[in-house]
Write a protein that binds this ligand. Structure first.
Ligand code: PEP
Length: 252
């Protein structure tokens, strides 16, 4: 098995202001010294707070990421942000295909594929989010849905140095509910197989598979110890420095 290390990513979504973004990122930097070297911390603030967050984490190992990007490098796309703009703000990652974008902005796999390629073009590492709805879970189709999303959205020729994938069941995001350990294991092994089929054994094996959906300090250890779980994408709990750091400290 490849030595993939762990990624603990905080998705702040549309929360906070300049003061709270600075405070939160400074508190995370301040508490990060006990975290294992194999664990990478990533903060994804709202775009308007990238600069303040970049300043607070400057000179540390904490990484910066965008929550989304446009597929084009520049142009007449009012309100959008390109991957190049994120790279220019010192981002090294960008989330693409989050279920809130798929749902509220009607983004499908083909657009997610183009956004992931845009991220690579700009030198960013995309984190592609996939996950089933509650109905798909209840119908027994979770593994199939997730593998299909991956096959349609993962760029050609990529490997773990440039891509991570997050399994985020739509019904688990912000709900306080999580899949069972067996359900996470089953989807993560289906994702690993799909990535190996797509990219070849070694490249497929090198990609970090994160779990996201109601990860909290109280459940992080049991989720992060599962094989094929290489980190977490954390929403609500990433808005508290102590909760986010506890989740990162749960990696053993
Ligand atoms: C998310 O939105 O990516 C997420 C995982 O949210 P939460 O942790 O709040 O469920």
């Amino acid at each position: 098995m490849a030595d993939r290390g762990y990624l603990i990513a905080g998705n702040w979504k549309m929360n906070g202001n300049l003061e709270s973004a600075t405070e939160l990122s400074s508190a995370i930097v301040g508490g990060a010294s006990n975290i294992l070297e194999t664990v990478e911390l990533l903060l994804c603030p709202p775009a308007v707070h990238l600069q303040a967050t970049a300043a607070a984490i400057s000179g540390t190992n904490v990484r910066l990421g965008g929550q989304d990007c446009h597929e084009a490098e520049s142009g007449a796309f009012t309100g959008d942000i390109s991957a190049e703009m994120l790279a220019n703000m010192n981002c090294s990652y960008v989330i693409v295909g989050h279920s809130e974008r798929r749902d509220a902005h009607h983004e499908g796999d083909a657009l997610v594929w183009r956004k992931a390629n845009a991220a690579l073009r700009a030198g960013l590492a995309p984190i592609i989010c996939v996950g089933e709805t509650e109905q798909e879970r209840l119908s027994g189709n979770a593994e199939e849905v997730v593998a299909k999303q991956l096959k349609a959205s993962v760029p050609d020729g990529v490997d773990g140095s440039r891509l991570s994938v997050a399994y985020e069941p739509v019904w688990a995001i912000g709900s306080g509910r999580t899949p069972t350990e067996e359900e996470i294991l089953s989807v993560h092994s289906a994702m690993r197989k799909a990535l190996k089929d797509l990219l070849g054994h070694d490249a497929g094996d090198s990609i970090r598979l994160l779990y996201g959906g109601s990860v909290k300090p109280g459940n992080a250890a049991e989720i992060l110890m599962l094989s094929e779980v290489d980190g977490a994408l954390v929403g609500g709990a990433s808005l508290s420095a102590s909760d986010f750091l506890s989740i990162a400290l749960a990696v053993k």
